[in-house]
Design a protein around this ligand. Sequence first.
Ligand SMILES: N[C@@H](CCC(=O)N[C@@H](CS)C(=O)NCC(=O)O)C(=O)O
Length: 214
Amino acid sequence: MELIIGPRLYSTWSLRPWLVLKRCRADFTVREIDIYSEAGQAELEQISPSRLVPLLKVDGETIWDSMAISVWCAERYPEVRLWPADAHARWLARSAACEMHGGFMALRTECGMGPDHTMVGADRSPPPGGKAVERDIRRIISLWMEMRRRFGAGGPYLFGDWSVPDAFFTPVATRFRHYQIDLAAHGDDGSAAAYCDTLLAQPDFLEWTAEALR
Ligand SMILES: N[C@@H](CCC(=O)N[C@@H](CS)C(=O)NCC(=O)O)C(=O)O
């Protein structure tokens, strides 16, 4: 099984399924393509139906899209419980992951993943402005606070135990850190900041970071 990803420093989409596969302790290799080079673009053209990464090559198929790969993992590794066991939590966990997958365009566009997103205390960019980014940040914080309050009793992740939304929100946590977003100024009661710290301290994420900086 091979996961094909973009550059670790920049490809937030690639980070998500990589975290999910790691959580499953899946046996997989990684091929990193420099999608910003001509050679990388030519390779993408050859191997990717969507001309995008990430891709998972498994059982003779190429699965594209980070959510599709995550859903495949949930089917292949049911014992890992990638979605919460409680039905209400599971419905909302899927809603949260899908909202991240398809939304928050202002935050994603204006606050790109920079080369120092992996580091604490690196040379910081100024916090982004703009009403649309502001709205995205407030929405994410209110979502995080609500899910933590309702479903977070069993552990430090969004729904207590680790689940797919945690993979999808990890790149958001890196952006909040990189751009030094003041979460309290966007409505946080402290629980969103604590959740953010939890995501940034995940051992698998730290492994990705170490690889990215190598
Ligand atoms: N919805 C897709 C989005 C994938 C995506 O946008 N990938 C970017 C890299 S992070 C890409 O492959 N870009 C190639 C290019 O711009 O040429 C997913 O979640 O997998």
